[in-house]
Design a protein around this ligand. Structure first.
Ligand code: FEO
Length: 414
């Protein structure tokens, strides 16, 4: 990969990572970019690092060489966030040179020691602190806790008005060497990264939507001409666009989200499955789009993305051992942990020897404080009868209408 100039004195170093599970669990079929930034005044700082996955630190070192920057030229390493996808290279960096200063938030040093055994040459900063690099280049720091771990901070270059927010405003998706900026990408490519951003947000940021809203509010008082995140593309033509996207996404956590319905279904012998198509047709006949996922076949990353973006959710599942069909129970648990609350919802499904899925779902939704507004469920013994299918269609239409009305209420309330 090539090093590129973000603006005068600021350079983006990056490595694309593929064929891994992000955080060990999220599928990234389109890869992900790991970004670091060199900021030069009289002194030189590197903001954010990269993981120590095979070949990644070496990619970064090769890019430093392209710039003719020696490791010994770097005075400060600014660690906005301690998750090892950004801090993992510190171990090898420290082995090459022991005396650079790490700048981090007050909550980071215990993690530096626990992850990498680093206890020296650390300077902690808090909101409002600054670091003068010389040549008129002053970096300012702002704590943005829980976006998405507690120690996170953002760095702001007061000279160029560039914000380095690490994970915030990031996205999945490998970035081409030739076009890492919103002003060098086609609209089609920007929309690709916006879609990747939505799944990234649903997977790793959703549970922290309130802290994300707080951080956006906090950063709202500063002039931002460029946003340079730790993942994805750099927004220097229209940074407001990514801020608007994040504001919209953060609002989805408590609903309403898009006027769409996600249908998640699982079936053992095709009995629950036989009601899926009529249900989807009924929802779509009301003009409401659906996103349909089967469990356990669909990866959780995509289910979370859909549910997060939909105001309505249908859960179609049979009873299994007196409880919810296990893959659906796992999905519901994960959705609740991401704090995707306040959805219009409906559940249908079959049972054989006894019921139990419905009771289990109600207990789970209540215990996990999901606040989902469920229509009356439709359960059937064995295969659904024509009457059951008729009722399920009717519930589908009801749900679609409720989702549309909610969207209208939101619009009229704005
Ligand atoms: Fe990109 Fe939270 O690490």
């Amino acid at each position: 990969m090539k090093i590129t100039e973000v603006s005068d004195g600021i350079f983006r170093l990056s490595a694309n990572v593929r064929d891994i599970l992000f955080e060990g669990m999220w599928h990234i079929p389109n890869g992900v970019a790991m970004n670091s930034y060199i900021v030069k005044g009289k002194k030189c700082a590197i903001i954010d690092g990269v993981c120590d996955w095979d070949g990644v630190p070496e990619t970064l070192y090769a890019q430093l060489e392209q710039m003719k920057i020696k490791i010994t030229d770097i005075d400060y390493v600014i660690v906005n966030h301690m998750e090892p996808d950004h801090s993992g290279w510190l171990r090898s960096f420290r082995e090459m040179r022991g005396d650079f200063t790490i700048i981090c938030s007050e909550k980071a040093p215990p993690l530096l020691e626990a992850f990498y055994g680093i206890t020296e040459n650390i300077r902690t900063v808090k909101s409002g602190d600054t670091l003068d690099l010389g040549d008129g280049r002053v970096l300012a720091f702002e704590d943005i806790p829980n976006v998405h771990w507690p120690e996170t901070m953002a760095t702001y270059d007061t000279k160029s008005c560039t914000l380095f927010p690490c994970d915030a405003f990031g996205s999945f998706g490998a970035v081409s060497d030739d076009a890492p900026y919103d002003d060098t990408l086609t609209e089609e490519h920007i929309e690709f990264f916006e879609r990747e951003m939505e799944r990234y947000y649903a997977n790793i940021v959703a549970a922290f939507s309130k802290p994300t809203q707080d951080a956006i509010k906090k950063l709202g008082g500063i002039e931002i001409k460029c946003i340079a995140p730790g993942h994805g593309i750099v927004w220097r033509k229209d940074p407001e666009r990514v801020i608007r996207s994040y504001i919209r996404l953060a609002s989805y956590a408590k609903g309403p989200a898009r006027p769409e319905v996600t249908v998640i279904w699982g079936s053992m012998y095709g009995m629950t499955e036989s009601a899926v198509k009529p249900l989807v047709q009924a929802i779509e006949a009301e003009g409401v789009p659906t996103r349909v996922h089967r469990v356990p076949e669909t990866d959780m990353s995509f289910i979370l993305d859909s549910v997060f973006q939909s105001s309505g959710v249908v859960l179609g599942m049979p009873t299994y051992e007196y409880k919810m069909f296990p893959p659906m129970a796992a999905a519901v648990d994960e959705i609740a942990k991401k704090r995707i609350i306040n959805r219009k919802a409906f559940r249908f499904g079959s049972y054989g020897w006894s019921g139990g899925a419905q009771r289990d779902l109600e207990e789970t939704a209540s215990r996990l404080k999901m606040h989902w507004d469920f229509l009356e469920p439709v359960e059937f013994m064995g295969k659904p009868t024509e009457e059951d299918i008729k009722l399920i269609r009717e519930r589908g239409r009801q749900l679609a209408r409720a989702v549309k009305e909610w969207a209208l209420e939101k619009t009229s309330g704005e």
